[in-house]
Design a protein around this ligand. Structure first.
Ligand SMILES: [Zn+2]
Length: 276
């Protein structure tokens, strides 16, 4: 095993319409819509073949129960994986950042995989707050969520899944959200799931003195902000869950990839938590 060989391949499973004010940015422009990709990732360590999230269902189901969605030229994650020359049966681990509908469809197609999610997330997914019936595809809607019947291994904190691949809690978007830190030849790449929707969320908003222009879609703003600081501390490069710029490169790390400065102070836009 060598982290020299570790590669991360982004997979786009389709496009959903999202609101800049109620989803993408805290105090963003309400009513303004953008098309966002719904990403998942294939991580090849040389020894293990890992999926981080498994993406969207078909456009009809997505649009009926959730947001207006188009697949365009995107396929479901198992077929996108085949385009990379990998069969779903070869996947030995599926790590779920959280159990929302757009991150879990088709997970059962990876039938030889160990499924790993945070214990807190599983509890909320099976018994969601009514406001989140749609997000977790509750039986109240008359449908079956993609994770029903899967036997999970529970993550409850920071855990090394295989050498060089570590999960760590990043609650906020959901109560049991986790992110995945992948060691590579150039540094730590953090797969953020929905702890970070867009690259812009990690950047300051100087006119408001915010170190991050965080998203609007948090069950807890306080946890969500703290998770941003934790990602900032760990990541030499971040891969958000819904940013089109991720698809500019077919594989990470790539030649000449610019690394970020971890937890870089920005004058006039302070961190909130200490000791991170
Ligand atoms: Zn999402």
């Amino acid at each position: 095993m060598s982290i020299e060989n570790t590669k991360i391949y982004p997979i786009n499973t389709g496009w959903c319409e999202s609101d800049l004010g109620t989803y993408m940015f805290f105090k963003g422009e309400p009513g303004k819509k953008v098309q966002i990709p719904v990403l998942c990732f294939y991580v090849d360590t040389g020894e293990h073949k890992i999926m981080v999230d498994t993406g969207l269902p078909d456009a009809e189901r997505a649009t009926k129960y959730h947001h207006s969605c188009q697949k365009k030229d995107c396929l479901d994650s198992p077929d996108e994986l085949r385009k990379l020359g990998v069969e779903p049966d070869e996947i030995d681990i599926c790590i779920l950042t959280h159990l929302h509908w757009d991150h879990t469809h088709n997970m059962k197609k990876y039938r030889n995989a160990r499924y790993i999610a945070h214990a807190t997330e599983i509890r909320w997914a099976y018994n969601p707050l009514p406001l989140y019936y749609r997000s977790y595809e509750s039986p109240m809607l008359g449908i079956e969520a993609p994770f029903i019947g899967c036997q999970f291994e529970l993550a409850e904190g920071v855990a090394e899944i295989v050498p060089g691949v570590t999960v760590f809690p990043t609650p906020g978007h959901t109560p049991g959200h986790q992110s995945v830190q992948v060691e590579t030849a150039v540094g730590n790449i953090v797969l953020c799931g929905d702890a970070v929707f867009r690259y812009r969320n990690m950047e300051p908003r100087p006119e408001e003195h915010w170190r991050y222009w965080v998203q609007q879609r948090f069950v807890s703003m306080i946890d969500g902000w703290q998770s941003m600081e934790e990602i900032d501390r760990r990541a030499d490069f971040v891969l958000p869950g819904h940013d089109d710029a991720v698809m500019d490169h077919p594989v990470y790390p790539y030649e000449g990839m610019p690394l970020r400065e971890r937890r870089k102070p920005v004058p006039g836009a302070p961190f909130y938590f200490t000791g991170i």
